[in-house]
Write a protein that binds this ligand. Structure first.
Ligand SMILES: *Cc1c(COP(=O)(O)O)cnc(C)c1O
Length: 466
């Protein structure tokens, strides 16, 4: 499979190349040249497969010649062997129609482990074939950072520099990053918001002074391999609920549009998806874009669901590209306009294409708290704030009662204990696998939200090309 940039001018790469490159050199994002498609019979034949085998089956067309089927299965078996639940991503029923897909059984308690445990292994595999050592630079609102650090800590030929907005991640999230003391892990707390951190990371990818000296790689969901890994659990859930004979709807608490874009990919591959419900908090750029075509950046309001406190959703570009006839030059012009004015209007093709599969909701803090209480009363489940936002949107989406609605449970409630306690009076306990997190030594550096300071720090500590 070949990968092309959404902005049309970067060279096409194979899967290994796209995995190591992260962002394309023209500022775009890599997408497969076409969507592989499974027939209904092929999908039906996947029912009952163990998760690691299902994962290898679904990913093989994307991986192409970069890995043999046998090697891919070894890697998925290793990655998903670290999950605390045998089903990897178990489903739980809340009532007649509503289901939860628990994606938080990995080592750092958020869904990002599902993709990053595999990505860490893919980096090691591809770097082991030679080439330059990899310098991963990432921005995190909390969960990506801990999951990425867990996935690459101590691995050969890779350094990771993880920027988080100082004081805006939860204690559990921060400690999951800063207590990893492996020498290839560099935690940086910056003054500013997640969007500021992400903008600096993007700038580094486009800074020849840095890309000339270092092979810079991405663990954010701009990296295609992450989305590919996330496609798998849409199939896993739908198969358990009767796909391909029966349609399923998904509600997805959304920030960077990565997780829900993976649902779109699953639908393109032939999975019968009734609807994808994009749930946002008050940082609602995606809700505005999907309801009125207005994609304009507001200021970020910090909330109890910090992984959704985002006002520029990188992966939305992948959808806009696909819905606009995959015209890279046109999208490059549209994105250049956005980058200049921080606002753009979707084209008619983009609006109509999105409306065919997506709906959206903006969920207020009080509705989030209500959803936590509802789930607790209905089934004794404690939800984290992100999941609760998804569930509120799921229940309000007006989906045909015959269609199951699956909310993606993106984090373990213990990761956001204070918000859960405020809503329910119940304080979720940390799972045993987190161990002595609060006794461990922390290590991080604080820097101003200033590109030059960050570039200087990375240049001083990373291993150059060659
Ligand atoms: C990252 C994250 C999200 C948002 O996912 P995107 O792929 O950025 O849309 C939602 N919930 C939690 C708990 C997360 O960690």
């Amino acid at each position: 499979m070949e990968y092309v940039s959404t902005r049309g001018s970067a060279p096409a790469l194979d899967f290994a190349g796209a995995t190591l490159a992260g962002l394309a050199s023209d500022g775009g994002l890599y997408v497969p040249r076409e969507w592989p498609r499974f027939s209904a019979d092929e999908i039906a034949a996947m029912a009952g497969l163990p998760y690691a085998e299902l994962a290898a089956r679904i990913m093989q067309p994307f991986v192409g010649d970069s890995l043999t089927p046998q090697r891919l299965l070894e890697l998925t078996t290793q990655a998903y062997g670290r999950f605390a639940h045998k089903a990897v991503t178990p489903l739980r029923q809340l009532d007649q129609q509503q289901w939860l897909l628990e994606l938080f059984h990995g080592p750092t308690l958020a869904f990002k482990d599902v993709a990053l445990q595999l990505l860490g292994l893919l980096f090691e595999e591809f770097l082991g074939r030679g080439g330059d050592p990899l310098t991963i630079v990432g921005a995190t609102s909390g969960d990506t950072g801990s999951a990425a650090i867990d996935a690459v800590a101590g691995r050969a030929r890779v350094d990771i520099f993880m920027l988080h907005p100082k004081g805006r991640v939860s204690d559990v999230q921060r400690r999951q990053m800063t207590t990893v003391l492996a020498p290839n892990v560099h935690n940086v707390a910056i003054e500013g918001t997640f969007d500021d951190a992400q903008a600096m990371v993007k700038r580094m990818f486009n800074d020849p002074a840095m890309t000339g000296r270092f092979a810079i790689g991405a663990v954010n969901s701009i990296n295609w391999a992450r989305l590919m890994a996330q496609v798998v659990y849409y199939f896993a859930a739908a198969l358990q609920l009767g796909a391909p004979q029966r349609k399923v709807a998904f509600a997805v608490p959304t920030g960077n549009f990565g997780d829900v874009f993976a649902g779109y990919v699953a639908a393109q591959m032939g999975l019968p998806v009734e609807r994808l419900i994009v749930a946002t908090n008050v940082n609602d750029i995606l809700h505005r874009a999907l309801t009125s075509g207005d994609y304009s950046q507001g200021t970020v309001t910090p909330t109890a669901a910090p992984s959704m406190d985002i006002q520029v959703s990188s992966n939305f570009e992948r959808l806009l590209f696909d819905l606009n006839g995959r015209d890279g030059a046109a999208l490059a012009a549209q994105m250049a306009g956005f980058e200049k004015t921080r606002a753009m209007q979707l084209t008619n093709a983009q609006r109509e294409g999105a409306a065919a599969l997506f709906s959206s909701a903006r969920v207020e803090p009080e509705e989030m708290a209500q959803a936590i209480r509802w789930a607790f009363d209905a089934s004794g489940e404690l939800l984290d704030p992100h999941t609760a936002i998804g569930l509120h949107a799921a229940r309000g989406a007006g989906i045909d009662p015959a269609v199951p609605v699956v909310t993606l449970a993106t984090a373990h409630p213990a990761k956001f204990r204070d918000a859960v306690e405020r809503a329910t009076g119940q304080r979720p306990s940390l799972p045993a696998r987190i161990g002595d997190l609060f006794e461990r030594e922390e290590r991080m550096i604080e820097l101003p939200g200033d590109y030059d300071a960050i570039a200087h720090y990375v240049a001083k500590h990373a291993v150059p090309r060659g």
